[in-house]
Design a protein around this ligand. Structure first.
Ligand SMILES: [Zn+2]
Length: 78
C-alpha cells in the first residue's frame, strides 16, 4: 500500500487494517493502531510502520492503554 492509502485508513479509523500497520507521530514519539480513537495528528508528522517492533526500534512508544490490553490478549502483532 502507498503511504497515502495508509493515511486514508488512519483518517477513516478503519479497524480492519489494525493488523497491517501502525502509525507513529514524530512530534510526540508515540505510535498506535489505525483505528485509534485519539485525535489525528498532522499528516506531515506521521510515519508508518509494518509492526510494533519496527516502530519501537525507531524510538516510538505505545501509550494507548486500551490498545496494549488488546494486543496482549490477541497476540496479533508479532
Ligand atoms: Zn491510540
Amino acid at each position: 500500500m502507498h503511504e497515502d492509502e495508509y493515511w486514508q485508513v488512519v483518517l477513516e479509523k478503519d479497524f480492519t487494517c489494525d493488523r497491517l500497520f501502525v502509525y507513529g507521530v514524530i512530534s510526540t514519539k508515540i505510535y498506535c493502531r489505525p483505528s485509534c480513537p485519539s485525535r489525528k495528528p498532522h499528516r506531515k508528522n506521521v510515519r508508518f510502520f509494518s509492526n510494533c517492533e519496527t516502530a519501537e526500534k525507531s524510538g516510538f512508544v505505545l501509550v494507548c492503554a486500551v490498545v496494549q490490553i488488546k494486543l496482549q490478549q490477541n497476540h496479533i502483532w508479532n
